[in-house]
Design a binder for this molecule. Structure first.
Ligand SMILES: C[S@@+](CC[C@H](N)C(=O)[O-])C[C@H]1O[C@@H](n2cnc3c(N)ncnc32)[C@H](O)[C@@H]1O
Length: 284
């Protein structure tokens, strides 16, 4: 059924209601300048669900017990831009500074846990795995767990699939590409060993019920997510990530991201390759 185009017009009042609701559910703050982007996706879902108006769609979105429609809409609203070896100086820092420091004080036997959130289509988590394989001798002596999470279930399926376009792999040296990927009709697919080395899970970083089970991480990469959050969501995210880390754990943010709360609860560590935030060793 096609809905009456007049009925799908989203008024300013409707937009503000939706903006507030979506912010509460995801931490993502849509500026007014994003109206076209938001309206387009809302109208797509209003039509796909045969809803006669924005109002009836919005009621269904809020009260649907399964939450399925909210997930589908969230999948449309997220910005999944990422690529292999993005901001690679932090991966350098991981293998040259962070891991040597961490392993020097860590008793053997306990796995080193790394969390990449948000994962998007998996390039960040797989880049970490490739850096470890290529540049970190410690891999022979230490067990590493890599978990990668995102709010977007569709992009997580893509991450598990590990199939990439030429654009996504363009910063990879040819040697690395040949070693870890196979060519496919549409582009490149990362090898099975690496796909099995990373666990992909759905997590909304702003939902305490989702993050409660995520604990004891030694290193967290949280890059290019906080830019979509407002100051309050950033502050809460800083605290959630703090709770998810072991004392002495390290946090890597995107290059344009900082948050005031970070400076009060984390220690700033200036390594030769990058600035990283650390949960103090004496913290609980
Ligand atoms: C631009 S990508 C960043 C990917 C990667 N970390 C990087 O830096 O290349 C942003 C991702 O954040 C995810 N995202 C947005 N809100 C989220 C939330 N509340 N919890 C978890 N992930 C979220 C989106 O689905 C999207 O895949």
């Amino acid at each position: 059924m096609r809905v009456d185009p007049g009925a799908t017009l989203i008024s300013e009042e409707d937009f503000l209601k939706f903006q507030e609701y979506f912010y509460r559910k995801t931490g993502i703050q849509f500026e007014r300048a994003k109206r076209y982007f938001v309206d387009k996706r809302l109208i797509e879902r209003i039509e796909a669900t045969d809803s006669p108006s924005f109002r009836s769609y919005f009621t269904m979105l809020r009260f649907q017990a399964s939450g399925e429609e909210l997930q589908l809409l969230t999948n449309l609203m997220t910005v999944n831009e990422t690529y292999f070896f993005r901001e690679a100086y932090q991966f350098e820092c991981l293998v040259k500074s962070i891991l040597p420091e961490l392993t020097a004080r860590r008793e053997k036997g306990l796995p080193i846990r790394i969390w990449s959130i948000p994962s998007s289509s998996g390039e960040e988590a797989y880049s970490i795995a490739i850096y470890l394989l290529e540049f970190w001798k410690g891999l022979e002596d230490w067990d590493i767990e890599i978990i990668s999470s995102d709010i977007d279930t569709k992009i997580l399926d893509a991450a598990r699939q590990g199939a990439y376009s030429a654009r996504s792999i363009q910063h990879l040296p040819a040697r690395v590409l040949n070693k870890y990927f196979k060519r496919t009709a549409g582009g490149y697919q990362i090898g099975m060993d690496l796909r099995e080395a990373v666990e992909f899970t759905r997590v909304n970083l702003t939902e305490p019920a989702d993050t409660r089970g995520y604990r004891n991480f030694d290193i967290i990469f949280c890059r290019n997510l906080l830019i979509y959050f407002d100051e309050l969501s950033r502050k809460r995210a800083a605290e959630t990530l703090f709770d998810a880390m072991r004392p002495g754990g390290f946090l890597c943010l995107g290059h344009s991201e900082s948050m005031s709360r970070i400076s009060s609860i984390y220690k700033i560590r200036k390594f030769p390759e990058a600035i990283v935030y650390q949960k103090p060793l004496e913290a609980r």
